[in-house]
Design a protein around this ligand. Structure first.
Ligand code: ADP
Ligand code: GN1
Ligand code: MG
Length: 369
């Protein structure tokens, strides 16, 4: 039995309000933020699997509020799926409670844990393999948006303040360049000026929100392609995961971030930049899926900015990676030196490619609106 399993059996696992004995614990998924394991509990012949996660409290400083948001959203979605005669154990996230009735456990070392039912026969991918898959992701994120259309945004905490406030992200980036705490700025002047030459693009969407020209909604805010689970057998989308950042936001953020991550022809950390481009066929497929669910709820002002939002979210992510690189890689988990710089460079490449393809992207959006 692995060491971690024996250790956790005496702490967090023993506190879970579930049947059986823990028999296996294996690292799971490719997330950059939390630590995730697949946990198997065995009771006689029966095996039940769970997702066990240690919450990154550097990123989420109020795990109690985080879980409050998640539980109320999961509860709401569950009722909706039941009304639609769906299967909530497969189509929704199901938080598992601890023995004290809470959805969050703090261990003796002060680490915070939570657990979900594992959605069986599912998998996620970092990049879309086919346009059908990308259309499925569009449907899944669009459906989530539609289901949350009447969920009152004021009920939710802002789990990461100013998360997609792009003017603020830009300010933080400039500050990191100026402070240059690791002495890395001189070696990345080209990357810095790539982003500063696009300064104006960080402002309009946020400004429209401030002026109520686009509505504040409840959004997912981390619609990375690998946050959709697909059914291994049918290839159809099953469920949207990673609800940590579900909070008040803008529909454009959700649309744009999926394209940034799913419609790239290469991995987010690809070092051979000649492999990185923005795939218009994938863009079209996602747009078709997303708008099939949201066409009737989105306002014209939102539809107008959908194509641009893919570029905006790529730019935001690019400066976030570079900011983290300049600050010594304290936010995103890295697996090699310069990992955040490599990630920033793929976002630059994608941004430039989207700029070249923007007119076509706008035509595609208009067609499906
Ligand atoms: P992070 O915040 O670090 O990205 P996630 O919550 O996205 O962590 O989890 C990492 C991966 O684990 C996901 O991309 C998905 O593949 C898988 N996953 C998460 N929750 C479940 C679940 N309930 N059932 C099956 N797989 C899951
Ligand atoms: C993080 O948690 P994960 O890996 O799904 C990040 C996103 C970034 C993404 C870049 C809470 O997403 O905002 O777009 O990495 N999540 C958080 O890959 O910061
Ligand atoms: Mg994730």
């Amino acid at each position: 039995m692995n060491e971690l399993l024996s250790e956790l059996k005496n702490s967090v696992i023993s506190q879970l309000d579930v049947a059986g004995e823990a028999s296996e614990l294996i690292p799971y998924g490719n997330g950059h933020i939390n630590s995730t394991w697949l946990l198997t509990m065995q009771e006689g012949e029966n095996l039940q699997r769970y997702i066990l996660q240690k919450i990154n409290t550097h990123v989420f400083q109020r795990p109690d509020r985080l879980m409050e948001n998640i539980c109320s959203v999961c509860d709401y979605l569950r009722k909706m799926v039941l009304k639609e005669h769906g299967n909530p154990d497969l189509e929704c996230m199901t938080p598992i409670l601890f023995r004290d009735g809470s959805a969050l456990y703090r261990d003796d070392a002060g680490e915070y844990w939570r657990c979900y039912l594992f959605i069986e026969n599912s998998c996620s991918y970092d990049l879309a393999k086919t346009p059908q898959m990308m259309e499925g992701a569009g449907e899944a994120f669009g459906l989530l948006q539609k289901r949350l259309d009447r969920f009152a945004a004021e009920q939710l905490w802002e789990t990461i303040p100013k998360f997609h406030n792009t003017p603020n992200r830009y300010e933080l980036f400039l500050r990191a360049v100026e402070e240059d705490v690791c002495g890395r700025a001189d070696s990345v002047r080209e990357e810095i000026s790539f982003w500063t030459s696009r300064r104006e693009d960080f402002f309009p969407v946020y400004r429209m929100l401030q002026e109520a020209e686009i509505p504040l909604r409840v959004t997912h805010n981390d619609t990375k392609f690998n946050n959709v689970l697909f059914d291994r057998t049918t290839g159809r989308p099953l469920c949207v995961v990673d609800l940590d950042t579900v909070m008040p936001g803008v529909a454009l953020y959700d649309f744009g971030d999926s394209l940034r991550s799913g419609a790239s022809t290469a991995a987010e950390d690809e070092t051979d930049l000649s492999k990185v481009s923005f795939n218009l066929e994938m863009f079209e497929a996602f747009t078709r899926g997303f708008l099939s669910q949201t066409r009737d709820i989105l306002e014209e002002s939102e539809k107008e900015w959908l194509a641009f939002s893919a570029k905006l979210m790529t730019m935001e992510c690019g400066i976030r990676f570079l900011t983290d690189y300049l600050q010594g890689d304290t936010y995103f988990r890295i697996h090699r030196p310069n990992h955040n710089l490599d990630r920033c460079r793929t976002q630059m490449r994608l941004t430039a490619d989207m700029e070249a393809k923007m007119e076509r992207m706008k035509e595609i959006v208009a067609w499906y609106c």
